[in-house]
Design a protein around this ligand. Structure first.
Ligand code: KIV
Length: 276
């Protein structure tokens, strides 16, 4: 670890909110991606269970297992020097019992190298959130469109559009804060509701498709970099088209190999080393 770098810790996010500093969070699922995003100064790296869709090719996040999350979290954590690494607890790994949730979260921290975990849900996960926090594991909440509940929600669609759902979401957010979570993701909810929740909480809100009034923003990196074009949601801004560039680069490589242009005939082979 580089001693001059000040790592971001979970309590720093609340301080950032107090100072009015917006929090930048992106997903990362492996060493190389985490290292690049960490170097760019992204504050929080989320090893999201979205890896099931953008890395593993599933249609939802539901098939993602704890073993998969531990494996990817460990790789991402090795790439991060400054950013706070948060790992998603996957489907059902924190819902069956508090002891199961504690031991599953422990694996993400101990073997996965994450510094915090994220869980989806409101009142149903309060006891788990509180027990994790009491055990020294920082917890990030996640409300609104909770992708692990996709089958119950009937698809990936905007949540809390009606007043009763909106007030339920606000009360869930307050309850999560009281349970000790250090931040809460608000996914695909109306922006005025996101503003109200952000104003009501001392902990930061991190929005995704929830408008500009959250204390931070998160996006799935594969969407941001143009690597995953299966179903990028409308609120995503593509900052690069790396997918297209990679395809073009691979085409150029294949062409050169087939033509015999790569590797070029050696003029004089002085270097025998194959180190990178
Ligand atoms: O899994 C994930 O990437 C997430 C973000 C969309 C917040 O939970």
């Amino acid at each position: 670890m580089n001693k001059t770098i000040q790592p971001v810790r979970a309590p720093d996010l609340r301080r950032m909110k107090r100072r009015g500093e917006k929090i930048a969070m992106l997903t990362a699922y492996d060493f190389t991606m985490a290292r690049l995003l960490d170097r760019a100064g992204v504050d929080v790296l989320l090893v999201g269970d979205s890896l099931g869709m953008v890395v593993l090719g599933y249609e939802t996040t539901v098939p993602v297992t704890l073993d998969m999350m531990v494996h990817h979290a460990a790789a991402a954590a090795r790439g991060a020097q400054r950013a706070l690494v948060v790992a998603d607890m996957p489907f059902m790994t924190y819902r069956t019992s508090v002891p199961a949730a504690l031991s599953n979260a422990a694996r993400l921290i101990q073997q996965g190298g994450a510094a915090a975990v994220k869980i989806e849900g409101g009142h149903a996960v309060l006891e788990v959130a509180q027990r994790l926090v009491e055990s020294g594991i920082p917890v990030m909440g996640h409300l609104g469109l909770t992708p692990q509940a996709v089958h119950q929600l009937g698809g990936f669609r905007k949540q809390a559009k009606h007043p009763r759902e909106a007030s339920r979401l606000l009360s869930d957010a307050r309850a999560l804060e009281a349970a000790g979570v250090f931040a809460v993701v608000l996914e695909v909810i109306p922006e005025d509701l996101a503003a109200e929740v952000s104003g009501a909480l001392e902990i930061p809100t991190i929005g995704i498709g929830a408008g500009p009034y959250c204390d931070g923003q998160v996006l799935v990196s594969h969407d941001v970099f143009g690597l995953y074009d299966e179903c990028a949601p409308g609120f995503v801004k593509q900052y690069a088209q790396l997918g297209r560039q990679m395809t073009e680069a691979a085409e150029a490589y294949a062409r050169e190999v087939r033509r015999g242009d790569y590797p070029a005939a050696a003029k004089s082979r002085k270097r025998d080393s194959i180190s990178r």
